[in-house]
Ligand binder design. Structure first.
Ligand code: BG6
Length: 469
């Protein structure tokens, strides 16, 4: 299925709030480099930051960020990108900063900018209000980073505040998982392969497990991370977006709003998470990370059971787990099918054959693996697991990074890979009970699969599938 775009006019400038910060360094400058390389970037890039840096220092910082991410970056691409950069240094609370931004945009004859908020979420309302104070809300759209709010109430409040300044169609809420080709492929996989649809439901699916595991810790983001934790950092957004794509009904048509409608419907059918069906963990050593409180009870790991009370999924448990400092880095959704009604091929009396699985790898080595049964060679009628697997990069070629695609979409005026207000509010509704009643946090050692308590979420005899990449 092809989703058409309800395009807005192309932007004529990019304003980066938080231009000297961590997100800009790790993701946005490398993304701008790729956009410049492909010719997709043709607007001035105006950084705004409190850091008292010269233009040269800012360019050096940007160049360094690009080379760190892309050691073989091409100087013939970096140089023109550097010529696009401007830095406005100033306090966000001072009128002079905003006048200077407006003057700079005037100088570039900009009437339709992208205002990218690579700043702490607590600053979104102030920055939106300040943009309005100099009339810039009439001259562009905003891109806001996740987490969008801290809970259902604050997300609603933030939506209301932003709506006083920008209409919904000019608010682009980033969830970078929606910019990943592998995540977008879930739609193509499900709705372009007719053999899957008849079995993609409670009659055939026994359970679904989604793992998003990272080996890294909080990597210098301790003070940000300690104010959010894994539930707000990734479960509320990345993971629930992936669940919605795996569980939703087919969209009614190709307009992107139909896709958002189906996501909203399936998340609305989710029961708020039962706090007794959620396990939080914290890796040993987390409290020693810079910026983290000595007595922090913030989780770096969470595992939970989700319930989707719909005709398609009633009775099928959905398990999700995410964590930092784990044994392997992977993002994988495993759809587990029911066993055959009778076991016919077990002559040698070995362990029972495994169930069919569809493993959708969404991380670095994305692809799909079907775990099927085939006859074990030899005189007996026995079966064993075989994997039928494809690696998408090998089969289809390399694809672009999420931030490159999303920045390109924001500049080009395409909202289709961004999150809609009602979908975001529904995700907060689902996790609200565990924000109110988070329960204990269990320690786990780095390099493991997290606290043993997570096993008790599963049915007796079941286990979490180790990611296959
Ligand atoms: C970010 C989280 O949104 O996603 C990080 O804030 C996390 O904590 C990151 O590390 C993971 O993204 P990816 O693309 O590496 O899976």
């Amino acid at each position: 299925m092809m989703f058409l775009d309800t395009h807005q006019p192309k932007a004529d400038a990019l304003v980066l709030f938080g231009a000297t910060g961590d997100l800009a360094r790790r993701k946005l400058f490398p993304a701008l480099y790729h956009l410049e390389r492909t010719g997709a970037l043709d607007v001035p890039v105006i950084g705004v930051a409190r850091s008292d840096w010269s233009d040269e220092a800012f360019c050096e910082h940007a160049r360094d960020a690009i080379i760190t991410a892309e050691p073989h970056a091409d100087a013939a691409v970096i140089d023109p990108l550097m010529r696009r950069l401007d830095l406005i240094q100033g306090d966000y609370a001072e009128a002079a900063t905003w006048n200077s931004l407006r003057d700079t945009l005037d100088r570039h004859s900009s009437s339709n900018a992208v205002f990218y908020m690579a700043i702490p979420p607590t600053m979104f309302p102030e920055v939106a209000g300040r943009l309005a104070s100099v009339g810039l809300n009439e001259r562009g759209r905003i891109v806001v980073e996740k987490p969008f709010g801290r809970d259902l109430e604050s997300a609603r409040q933030l939506n209301m505040t932003l709506h006083t300044v920008f209409p919904e169609e000019r608010i682009f809420r980033i969830d970078h998982y929606l910019g990943k080709e592998s995540v977008e492929d879930l739609l193509v996989f499900r709705f372009s392969n007719t053999m899957l649809e008849p079995i993609w439901n409670r009659r055939y699916v026994r359970s679904v497990q989604i793992t998003m595991s990272e080996t890294i810790g909080v990597e210098g983001r301790g003070s940000f991370y300690d104010s959010v934790g894994a539930i707000r950092d990734v479960l509320q957004n990345h993971l629930l977006q992936v669940v919605s794509l795996l569980a939703m009904e087919p969209p009614a048509g190709s307009d992107p709003q139909f896709l958002q409608d189906e996501k909203a419907k399936v998340i609305a059918a989710m029961t708020p998470i039962d706090p007794t069906r959620l396990v939080r963990g914290q890796y040993v050593g987390y409290r020693d990370e810079p910026g983290v409180a000595d007595d922090s009870t913030v989780e770096t790991y969470v595992a939970a059971q989700l319930t989707i009370d719909s005709w398609r999924w009633a009775g099928v448990p959905w398990f999700v787990r995410v964590g930092k400092g784990l044994a392997d880095a992977a993002t994988e959704a495993v759809i587990e099918f029911h066993s055959p009604p009778r076991m016919l091929f077990d002559e040698a009396g070995g362990p029972p054959p495994g169930r069919n699985l569809v493993r959708l790898r969404l991380g670095k080595r994305d692809g799909v693996t079907f775990t099927l049964q085939a006859k074990t060679p030899g005189p007996h009628m026995d079966s064993q697991d075989i994997a039928v697997s494809v690696d998408f990069a090998a089969a289809l070629g390399e694809r672009s990074e999420a931030y490159e695609r999303l920045l390109g979409d924001a500049l080009g005026g395409s909202p289709r890979r961004f999150a809609r207000q009602d979908v975001v509010e529904q995700t907060w509704r689902v996790i609200q009970p565990v924000l109110d009643d988070p329960g204990p946090v269990h320690p786990y050692f780095r390099g493991t699969w997290g606290p043993a308590e997570a096993e008790r979420l599963l049915a007796t005899g079941d286990h979490w599938f180790d990611p296959s990449n």
